[in-house]
Design a protein around this ligand. Sequence first.
Ligand code: ATP
Length: 549
Amino acid sequence: MEGKEVKDSAYLFLGSIGPAFENTALGIGDKLALKAIAWAYGVSEEDVKRRYSRIGDLGDVAFELNMGEGKLLAIDEVFGRLKEIKKATGKGSQEEKTELLSSILQRASPKEGKYIVRIVLGKLRLGFGDQFLLEAFSIAFTGDKKYASRIKESYSVCTDIGELAESLAEYGPKALGRFSIKLGRPVRSMLAQRVKTFEELEERIPGKKAAEEKYDGERVQIHKNGKEITAFSRRLEDITAQYPDIVEAVRKGILAEKIVLDGEIIAYVENRKADDSSEEFYSFQKLMKRRRKYEVQKYTEIYPVAVFFFDILYLEGNSLLNKSYPERRTLLEEHLRESRTLRLAKRTVTNNLEEIEDFFNKALEKRLEGVIIKSMDGNSIYEAGKRSWLWLKWKEEYASGMRETFDLVIVGKYYGRGKRKGSFGALLCAVLNEKRHRFETFTKVGTGFTEADAKEIDNLLSEHVIAEVPKNVFIKSRMLPDIFVEPALVIEVLGSEITESIGHTAGQGEGDTGLALRFPRFLRIRYDKGPYEITTVKEVWNFKEDKGI
Ligand code: ATP
């Protein structure tokens, strides 16, 4: 087989006439196919219909009706015809499509006719997908199965299965490793690994790392080639038509001529204030309302979206896939002019896990799902199509294997943002050190409150606000809240782990570290308890030792 034939048959094997990221729909439904079969084999449409309801597959109906031997059709003939069918649009196109299909069915053998009908209807049903085909390529073009995994890797970068097949047919294994990102051809997304414990983040990516906010929306890869702007989904579909607002924003905000960006589309709450700190986001479900063919413009206004870009993969003719994450991030920042629709993923870079935890908690306050931790290493390349250990995800649900509750007293408030603007974003809470007769800070609670809870707490705290650190409270400067409150109001908090902390003071002895409660969640106000009836430092130590939390 020639390269071009290999290419076309690769598409045909997958029941298509082009790569996944191109619109290859031929515009033929059951009704037209039924008519074409009737015309091709000189029977009535009624007859075809009856057979169809008996057999349930129009391909099989064509097979049954086709009495001719049919000389073998050439692949390029079939392929060319299918392309013509796709091309026919506008007035009279239905008739034209039917005729084009009917005439090729006339010349086809029964088996060929059966598969042609199935392909035009998008129901080839060969029982295998692209991964299987890649394994077949390995045997066919390299003579050995062992290249299958490298072929699969190449397919993450060259996602056009026809192009890949053609190169393999021409160059054999030498074709591998030669593929690079190309404008208009999306690469498969890099994915994040999951860790079991928060500490594992440090084991997997020791030292300096970035924590980026994790947006729960739709992954998008945007290719800009001059005036042409295309958006691809994670499944590599062309979703440009759904997001005219993003296309417009990219046209204005991305000045580079040729660029590929990776990000997440997220629907946001309307009437957001101009300052960034007040934003909140809708869940994934709301964004899905934008998945539509009709009334796109109307829904653009009802459900505005923003794209949070977190990567850049290509710039002015050069692939950036092998550049490190810090280098890519710098380029991304240089080439993105931020606007309401185009944003940069927020992040913090640190080697301190506590700061990451803080960043994570703040993300949850904004109703985001968690964080993605990214390696800052020199080798932190973009691993297309891979679930990579260079990216780790830490989500609320992982953190919520919560096992123990604690009664804590509130000693400070941090200002809130977004919906909780005017109220608090988090509360600084303390346990009781019975020996020293003082309250020592143990955790910062920012999640689990309803709006009504927050209001009630604000109300109850209002009479306890004081101007400086209360005398019976031990707070380190790095934890200083925006507002101090006297230890009075007790809340019940659920937590998952107790760890050593350089920020908190609970149980702090001669050394510099205290104990902290990780991933705290507010449960309720303990109206029935006073500050001296709360969880003590001794109990915290016991919890830590007994239960290993
Ligand atoms: P996965 O995508 O890892 O298979 P999933 O679809 O269930 O799993 P999650 O586990 O929730 O998704 O998280 C990973 C996804 O988060 C990424 O694929 C990406 O779409 C999205 N994401 C959001 N924010 C970021 C970010 N800052 N960096 C990388 N990915 C992000």
